[in-house]
Design a protein around this ligand. Structure first.
Ligand SMILES: *Cc1c(COP(=O)(O)O)cnc(C)c1O
Length: 384
């Protein structure tokens, strides 16, 4: 019976320390949380700049709702594309330096839309092994030949590209790897894309708003131009503190995606109030140097604080700071011990990360105070 089968598999997940638990938060997204009455300092969210509950964003959302209502009523190509969507797309183009942008409802949907719209059966996708699940799914959906290269290995990628006879080639990478926090070698990837006439699709979910001058993202971090062969995807639910995503690219590419990205066409346009909130968020991001400076101070505080302990931190320069534990149960026990001390850090286990590399994924935000982070450092030192 299917129910018994599923229950058996759920029980197996539980025994392997792989069953994910969902907690209900009794406070809005922020550095402090409450779960089942227990106050916690949370190091879980991707709200890197602390904008998710910022009063200016809340006000922009409320003003947006008063002016434009709540629902968009239809998909973008029917009648759901309202003035706030167009205004936001233009603002995002100016901000990123690309010719045009296109809004999607989520980053997951943007990725599922982009890849199959650009490549198909006769084409090849060259993907970093540590790419986000949404990119992996997007390649499968495209039916293109999938070639995965070892993480950030430009020499291996070069060999694959040189050997390829595919009609179209597309290099696909996270800009900041979501479970490791390190950066893709974007200058080298762009050079290879130029040399082998390939497209370069960059998923900047964790770099947009955080890296580069005024938070313009990973390309800006490396001083790379908005090249024509680059297709840049940024999400709006992380540092931007709102929801949604956008693709920025050459005008023809954006025109094409609007005609062929199925996850753009066959879904209701995002709420206009959210587009208004994101527009306000872009202003806060651009003016957010102080928030970013504080974030980098926190990153140093954590790394310095754990340097002489047995906890191994990955070489991450970003707000994502994983503490590698290894064993699934050990990672869970460590997360549990922190939780008892009022510190909430997620334990990340396979299949999200490779077997034997279970970890605590400490995610820092400009909204954290140094005192809040000091409590985490202290507890981790004790538990070492
Ligand atoms: C979070 C994330 C996404 C998905 O974005 P959503 O807007 O949350 O759907 C895509 N890619 C990467 C690398 C991410 O971390």
């Amino acid at each position: 019976m299917i129910w018994e089968e599923l229950q058996g598999e759920l029980d197996a997940l539980q025994e392997a320390g792989l069953k994910r638990e969902r907690r209900t938060l009794e406070l809005p997204c922020g550095p402090t949380a409450r779960v089942a009455g227990q106050p916690l300092i949370s190091f879980c969210s991707n709200d890197y700049l602390g904008l998710a509950n910022d009063p200016a964003l809340v006000e922009a959302a409320c003003a947006g709702a008063r002016a434009w209502g709540v629902g968009s009523g239809a998909s973008h190509l029917v009648s759901g594309h309202l003035q706030p969507h167009t205004t936001l797309e233009q603002k995002l183009a100016e901000f990123t330096g690309f010719a045009r942008t296109l809004l999607f409802s989520t980053g997951y949907m943007a990725n599922l839309g982009i890849v199959p719209a650009l490549v198909g059966r006769d084409d090849a996708v060259f993907a970093d092994r540590l790419n986000h699940a949404s990119l992996i799914d997007a390649v499968q959906l495209s039916r293109a030949d999938s070639q995965r290269y070892p993480h950030a290995d430009l020499a291996a990628l070069e060999r694959l590209l040189a050997a390829s006879t595919a009609r179209r080639k597309l290099i696909l990478t996270d800009a900041v790897f979501s479970m490791d926090g390190d950066l893709a070698p974007l200058p080298g990837l762009l050079a290879l894309a130029e040399r082998f006439d390939a497209w370069l699709v960059i998923d900047d979910a964790h770099g947009f708003g955080v890296l580069g001058a005024q938070g313009r993202g990973s390309l800006a971090h490396f001083n790379l131009p908005a090249a024509r062969r680059v297709i840049y995807m940024g999400t709006l639910g992380k540092a931007a503190g709102a929801a949604g995503a956008f693709v920025a690219a050459d005008a023809t590419v954006i025109d094409w995606l609007g005609q062929r990205a199925r996850s753009y066409i066959f879904t209701t346009a995002g709420s206009p109030l959210m587009a208004c909130a994101v527009a306000a968020s872009l202003d806060l991001i651009a003016a957010g140097d102080a928030r970013r400076a504080h974030l980098w101070t926190l990153v140093s505080q954590l790394r310095d604080g754990l340097a002489d302990t047995r906890w191994r931190l990955l070489a991450s320069p970003t707000a994502i700071q994983p503490v590698i534990v290894g064993d699934n149960h050990a990672a869970l026990r460590l997360a549990g011990a922190l939780y008892e001390r009022g510190l909430w850090v997620p334990a990340i286990r396979p299949p999200t990360v490779a077997k034997g590399t279970a970890r605590l994924r400490v995610s820092l935000s400009a909204a954290h105070s140094e005192a809040q982070l000091a409590r985490l450092v202290e507890a981790l030192r004790e538990l070492a």
